[in-house]
Ligand binder design. Structure first.
Ligand code: NAP
Length: 325
């Protein structure tokens, strides 16, 4: 069904970037429409609120002296956005057409049109695919010793032994960061050579707290029955030999996937699928902005996502204002 109204701003996605954009656009009287991602289906498709909905405590988001639970932070932001009049469509965008303005966004058969678009669909951490990685409420250990973000959760492993899975730059970065907290960090890699850049390899090899477990795949995270990570069951990828590694935490660092499938062919993406932006949030199309993890390969923090959501809303407002003159 085609809606006759042409919105000033449509925000696609509802993590910290999307909600912040909604708050700013709402306060600027732009009557934003948000298409929030819907209910999701667990870790592969997170739905409204994004990655923070599958984390536990967030201690580094300024303004919460004693920390706040990730899902609660998203709920507070959502309520704040609602207070400023954002209209929310609780569903997933299925198709877009950015070839001319007004831009077109479909949710199934429903067509929405807008003068500007803010894309804040985020990124999803890649997971190994083990049932124990799933969030605690789905019977897994996610949030209770299994994480995809050392900056977020490393602090909880002070004085403990942890493992990082992956052989790329992210894995090295996570492992090095974790040595600030953990007494030992095992890097588990499925081959015997790293994919990481030479400089990151060198740093990781030189760190006395990091040990490498080569040719190994994680078969099982133990022990969901105890509600925490106690060890990993590993399989040697060459010999098939099974072994056990005692650790209290597992960080999965096998890459992130930006949620941009629906935008392929519509605007410039880099070789890994992230939206290319200039001046922080402007995409290759005038009037289409991108904020948060969907365009951020470097920081990927809730606070940086929120900051770029603010920038995108201000940019959208300025563009509309300039065009109205
Ligand atoms: P990446 O380079 O694609 O590395 C992913 C790693 O995970 C690879 O070692 C891969 O093993 C392993 N892996 C993939 N799927 C796996 C699975 N199912 N089970 C076990 N292991 C698996 O990803 P990234 O490290 O996130 O880096 C992404 C990009 O960002 C890169 O271009 C990187 O240089 C850049 N980056 C740069 C920095 C920095 O410069 N400081 C920091 C972070 C990221 P194989 O090697 O066997 O394929």
């Amino acid at each position: 069904m085609e809606q006759s109204v042409v919105h000033k701003v449509i925000i696609i996605g509802s993590g910290p970037a999307g909600y912040t954009a909604a708050i700013y656009a709402g306060r600027a009287n732009l009557s934003p429409l948000m298409i929030d991602g819907g209910v999701g289906r667990g870790q592969e498709l997170l739905g409204a609120g994004g990655q923070l909905t599958i984390t536990t405590e967030v201690e580094n988001y300024p303004g919460f002296e004693h920390g706040i639970q990730g899902p609660e932070l998203m709920m507070v932001m959502r309520n704040q956005a609602l207070r400023f009049g954002v209209e929310v469509v609780e569903d997933l965008v299925t198709r877009v057409d950015f070839s001319q303005r007004p831009f077109k966004v479909w949710v199934g058969d429903d067509l929405y049109q807008s003068q500007t678009i803010i894309i804040a669909t985020g990124a999803s951490a890649k997971w190994i695919g083990l049932p124990e990685e799933r969030p605690a409420w789905e019977g897994g250990l996610g949030g209770r010793g299994v994480s995809a973000c050392a900056t977020c959760d490393g602090f909880f492993f002070r004085g403990k032994e942890v493992a990082v899975v992956g052989g790329g730059d992210t894995a090295m970065e996570e492992a090095i960061y974790l040595t600030n907290h953990a007494t030992r960090v095992y890097v588990i890699h499925r081959r015997d050579t790293l994919r990481a850049s030479q400089i990151m390899q060198k740093r990781a090899f030189a760190n006395p707290k990091i040990s490498f477990v080569w040719d190994a795949a994680v078969e099982r995270i133990n022990d969901p029955a105890e509600g925490k990570v106690t060890s990993l069951t590993l399989r040697n990828t060459r010999t098939g030999e099974i072994s056990e590694l005692a650790v209290q935490g597992l960080f999965v660092a096998i890459g992130h996937k930006p949620n941009t499938d629906v935008f392929t062919g519509q605007l410039e993406l880099d070789e890994t699928g992230y939206i290319v932006t200039v001046h922080d949030v402007r995409t290759s199309i005038l009037g289409v902005f991108a904020a948060g993890d969907v365009q951020d390969t470097e920081y990927r923090q809730a606070i940086t996502a929120a900051g770029s959501g603010c920038m995108a809303a201000i940019q959208a407002e300025r563009l509309l204002e300039a065009e109205a003159r």
